[in-house]
Write a protein that binds this ligand. Structure first.
Ligand code: GDP
Ligand code: MG
Length: 447
């Protein structure tokens, strides 16, 4: 997803790894700037970001540590906008979310993905078919909802989307639904009639969330159209789709800062499970090539059983996530679809992601090295990563046929990812992995 950026970030950091002079810092900043611009991050956002990092790094003393810290802080900062993160439930159900955007941006697909995502958190979700512009639109939704066992409200005899929205709301209330998602019509470009229809639906329903769904492949156009929509309809969040394609990724990095609206989810494929909450700190961890174990664990929760998932969460919470769990995660991943989008979440493998066409975990040298490394550990070492001192690392490197440098790099990233995962799971009252996720969803930043 952000592989190219991760690679150039590493190369920027390397410029100040062993040098503390201003010239090296300028080189590092230059690399950073070029890579962000190339990824299609807005130039103003890039300029401000690079400037702040320069000032902070100088204040902290030029070198890898202060550069890295400043980079992380400021990346997190630009990814964070006022408002909610993830999916936030209204205090009184049903939570109403209105999906809007241009035609073909992925509204319908994303509505279904979101319904699926919320259903996995044990929420009762109703989808309303309010796109009456395209003949096949309701049919598309009917099929998707049937396939995924999602409740759909539609009315083939009604031509007025506002009336349908109203009836859907009544159904949602009567049926004690937790969430009502409204799929609406899009156009090829923003036109008055479309906006009027949307504004009318919005006035009638007073939605808790208005999600603007934008195609990430359109780059800065996505930001511009979102901005136009926002003048007419208070958008509360953006969802960027098609991140699995050849999206340069940059639009996701700039959009929160540019619009002052949080990016809430990203779509990473055509399948219903291909939706991820966009949580700044996790994304930064992935951008920095440090992996994102917690999102990985959530994703694999789809294919591992609940008992196992609970055990895993409890281990992450206690900071006991070990190499055996890690191997289990890799095994679980094999059962998942779009592996490419998951690769960057594995500590030590971010560098690989960009080079992969189709990821084959059975025939992959990086996975093979990691497995060889873990196989060269004793039973105790696998259970207690903290046992690995230099002598042990040396033995493991020898056993796995790898250099000590490679072993160190993997272990360091593993440690960081485990620490990060622990931090994210550090809330009381969480019963299992799914609870853990809704905790994240409720994180709210005051406006
Ligand atoms: P709408 O007109 O806004 O409702 O758009 P649709 O939901 O019908 O999506 C348009 C096309 O984009 C469909 O072929 C979807 O399968 C595809 N699509 C939507 N989201 C994604 C995504 O995240 N990744 C990929 N690869 N395709 C997507
Ligand atoms: Mg549609």
């Amino acid at each position: 997803m952000f592989e190219a950026l991760t690679d150039s970030f590493k190369s920027a950091i390397n410029k100040v790894r062993f040098a503390d002079d201003e010239k090296s810092l300028q080189k590092a900043l230059d690399t950073l700037k070029k890579s962000l611009l190339k990824a299609d991050v807005h130039h103003k956002v890039v300029k401000d970001l690079v400037k702040t990092i320069e000032i902070e790094t100088k204040q902290g003393g030029i070198g890898k540590d202060s550069f890295l810290k400043s980079m992380k802080d400021n990346l997190t900062d630009i990814l964070t906008a006022p408002g909610n993160q993830g999916f936030v439930y209204a205090s009184k159900p049903p939570t109403i979310a209105l999906m809007c955007g241009l035609q073909g941006s992925g509204k319908t697909t994303t509505t279904v993905k979101l319904a699926h995502y919320l259903k996995r958190k044990q929420k009762k979700v109703l989808v309303a078919a309010c796109d009456l512009q395209r003949l096949a639109a309701v049919e598309q939704l009917k099929q998707l909802c049937t396939q995924n066992e999602i409740d759909l409200f539609f009315d083939d005899n009604e031509k007025n989307p506002i009336k349908i929205a109203n009836s859907a709301l009544k159904r949602a209330k009567d049926g004690l639904y937790d969430v009502l998602l409204i799929d609406t019509a899009g156009r090829l470009a923003i036109d008055e009639e479309l906006m009027e229809e949307l504004v009318e639906i919005s006035k009638t329903l007073t939605p808790d969330e208005v999600f603007y769904v934008a195609d990430s492949l359109t780059g800065q156009d996505a930001v511009r159209s979102a901005s136009t929509f926002n003048t007419l309809m208070d958008i509360t969040g953006v969802i960027l789709t098609k991140y699995d394609g050849d999206s340069k990724g940059g639009v996701a990095l700039g959009i929160a800062k540019q619009l002052s609206i949080a990016l809430r989810f990203i779509g990473t494929g055509e399948k219903v499970a291909d939706l991820e909450p966009f949580l700044p700190e996790r994304i930064v961890s992935r951008l920095m090539g440090e992996g994102d174990l917690i999102t990985l664990a959530e994703k694999t929760a789809d294919v591992i059983d609940e008992k196992q998932a609970k055990k895993l969460t409890s281990k992450i919470k206690k900071g006991q996530f070990n190499f055996n769990d890690f191997l289990d995660q890799i095994e679980s991943m094999k059962k998942l679809g779009n592996l490419k989008s998951l690769v960057g979440m594995i500590p030590g493998m971010s560098g690989m992601a960009g080079k992969l066409k189709d990821m084959d975990l059975d025939n992959n040298s990086e996975v093979a090295s990691i497995k060889a490394m873990i196989s060269s550990m004793t039973k105790k070492e696998r259970e207690k990563p903290e046992l690995l001192n230099n002598a042990r690392k040396k033995r493991i490197a020898g056993g796995a046929g790898l250099s000590q440098l490679e072993v160190n790099r993997f272990l360091k990233q593993f440690k960081n990812a485990a620490k990060m995962a622990k931090k994210f799971s550090g809330k009381n009252g969480m019963k299992d992995l799914q609870n853990l996720m809704s905790q994240q969803d409720r994180m709210q930043i005051p406006r």
